[in-house]
Design a protein around this ligand. Structure first.
Ligand SMILES: Nc1nc2c(ncn2[C@@H]2O[C@H](COP(=O)(O)OP(=O)(O)OP(=O)(O)O)[C@@H](O)[C@H]2O)c(=O)[nH]1
Ligand SMILES: [Mg+2]
Length: 322
């Protein structure tokens, strides 16, 4: 699935219902008495984290979320009903920023977080104090519900991140290991948006390839590095038919350093991909070179199921350690 991870929406909480201004005729008298009920409160809008939602695509075409208004108060002292609250389910890890104030919150639990409060219901005239002029009500208007422009950004919470140069075989590996069906191509920058896939309970993210200078803005990958900031394990993919695997490795690590050093501290497993494209001898030489830098190294080919089994086992064992 392509990931929608950055949207701007408007939320509008319900307005309060107006208080009633009715008067009843008093029995056996020419006098009247106020009997207008209170208006209902407008509905609030809450955001809640939900594990079944993986991106923000629900907001691509639904840019405004509106909660119900409170119902107006009626005569015979009937209070209007409160407008129903609206609960919006978002993926865990969604940051919600109020564009006007810059205030933000990261949704990390399923506890409802109120982003817009409904207006108070207006006071029905039956509630007026006798010292107020009960027959010319002043506070009957319901309050206006909050309206806010919100910027939602999903820093997705994947357990494992696939990183490497363009064309390293990252998306192919995601496809082979999970239920995801990312686009695969024999050219760099096939992946333009991050892809997510599930291997059992483990979520794997595949991001666009990184190139030298990416942390300074070159290519595509850098804007997506934020998505792997929270992963526990990085699978650093290097194609076995690369001539200088050590330089390739360092190129990507330097981009990590340029973006956020936290990436350098993550548990990293090197995967020499496309092992079918090289000889056993060459493969062993490349393993020897890379082992000196990081001893956690495995080899894989999407055409060799037993090698994929080893990748799976490595991911699972690395996840268990953490
Ligand atoms: N022979 C062989 N080819 C592979 C293997 N894995 C991937 N490829 C090929 O390598 C090319 C690039 O694969 P992708 O999975 O798109 O590479 P990527 O790293 O996701 O590339 P970007 O999205 O551009 O960063 C495609 O033509 C794949 O078919 C493999 O194990 N063996
Ligand atoms: Mg790709």
């Amino acid at each position: 699935m392509a990931l929608v991870d950055d949207v701007r929406i408007t939320v509008k909480a319900g307005n309060g219902g107006n208080g009633g201004t009715a008067k009843k005729q008093l029995f056996g008298s020419k006098k009247t008495a106020p009997d207008g009920g209170n208006g209902g409160n407008g509905g609030n809008i809450y955001f809640k984290g939900d594990a079944n939602i993986s991106d923000l695509s629900q907001f691509q075409f639904k840019k405004k979320i509106v909660a119900a208004n409170g119902v107006n108060g009626l005569n015979k002292d009937l209070d209007g009903a409160n407008g129903e609250h609206t609960y919006v389910l978002v993926p865990f890890g969604t940051t919600v920023t109020d564009e006007a104030t810059g205030d933000f919150v990261e949704i990390l639990t399923d506890q409802p977080f109120c982003v817009a409060t409904g207006g108070h219901g207006g006071m029905g005239n039956h509630d007026y104090k006798p010292d107020l002029d009960r027959l010319t009500p002043r506070h009957f208007e319901g309050g206006i519900g909050d309206e806010r422009k919100l910027h939602l950004v999903l820093n997705m919470i994947a357990d494992v991140g696939l990183v490497g140069l363009p064309n390293a075989g990252k998306s192919s590996l995601l496809k082979a290991l999970t239920n995801a069906v990312p686009k695969v191509g024999a050219y760099p920058f096939t992946t333009l948006e991050p892809n997510l896939g599930a291997m059992g309970k483990i979520i794997i993210a595949d991001i666009p390839g990184l190139i030298e200078g990416a942390s300074g803005g070159k290519g595509l990958g850098i804007q997506f590095l934020k998505h792997i900031k929270k992963t526990k394990i990085l699978l650093h993919c290097i194609a076995s038919d690369e001539k200088d695997v050590a330089t390739t490795y360092r190129t990507v690590r330097e981009e990590f350093a340029g973006f956020d050093k936290i990436l350098l501290e993550k548990n990293e497993v090197i995967v020499l991909t496309k092992k079918d494209l090289t000889t056993e001898k060459e493969l062993l030489q490349k393993i020897e070179i890379l082992k000196k830098i990081n001893p956690q190294i495995i080899t894989a080919s999407i055409y060799e199921p037993e090698s994929l089994e080893i990748v799976r086992e490595k991911i699972i064992s690395a996840s268990e350690v953490l």
